[in-house]
Design a binder for this molecule. Structure first.
Ligand SMILES: Cc1cc2nc3c(=O)[nH]c(=O)nc-3n(C[C@H](O)[C@H](O)[C@H](O)COP(=O)(O)O)c2cc1C
Length: 171
């Protein structure tokens, strides 16, 4: 699996959850903030002349190559305004260039961490939203929502434990 961590903040909650999950699943880990990924231009070059390749020659090419060589993708992102961070959204939009059916049978893991506790609406909304995307792409889907309020080490420990349990089920 390839784990893509979406926080702009180095070494904070999402990074720690992502590292833990990557270690337990034996996955490679990349940080979206370190990537040079432009926004999808909806030019549809990839659907025509590009035949599955994007016209933009930036870091997304190597991300897609890694995804193709792995059995799945795990996105680990802070909740920003009931959504993922912009860094993760850029990556998601650029998956558009992948040929139809190419992600079928691979796994999509989404781990979202916010300030709000796990029963709050953002996690339900995100769980459902990514469920639709996974089903459209024919991917096996797992979701985890965790609340990691700033400075709350107990909540972080609980989140790491939950991510560890999820890792055991998707390995
Ligand atoms: C722009 C912005 C928007 C946020 N929106 C939400 C939100 O809608 N719901 C929530 O629970 N937390 C929200 N948060 C809090 C972060 O999700 C939370 O602090 C998270 O743990 C940060 O992850 P990090 O430590 O990996 O950067 C927001 C934070 C920022 C900076």
């Amino acid at each position: 699996m390839i784990v893509i961590a979406g926080s702009p903040r180095k070494g904070r909650y999402s990074d720690r959850i992502a590292s833990h999950f990557a270690e337990l699943t034996g996955s490679s880990l990349i940080f979206a903030r370190d990537l040079n990924v432009g926004p999808c231009r909806a030019c549809n070059y990839c659907k025509g002349k590009g035949d599955g390749e994007c016209i933009q020659k930036d870091d997304m090419g190597k991300v897609i190559n890694s995804i193709m060589n792995e059995d799945g993708i795990a996105l680990v992102s802070p909740v920003y305004w009931w959504q993922t961070t912009g860094q993760i959204k850029l990556v998601i939009d650029r998956l558009y260039s992948i040929r139809e059916g190419a992600l079928r049978g691979k796994r999509l893991v989404v781990i979202m961490n916010g300030e709000a506790e796990a029963s709050d609406a953002e996690y339900r909304i995100l769980r459902e939203q990514f469920s639709e995307m996974a089903s459209y792409l024919g991917m096996e889907y797992s979701f985890l929502g965790v609340g990691t309020p700033e400075g709350n080490e107990d909540a972080l420990e609980a989140a790491l434990k939950a991510a560890g349990n999820l890792a055991l089920t998707v390995k």
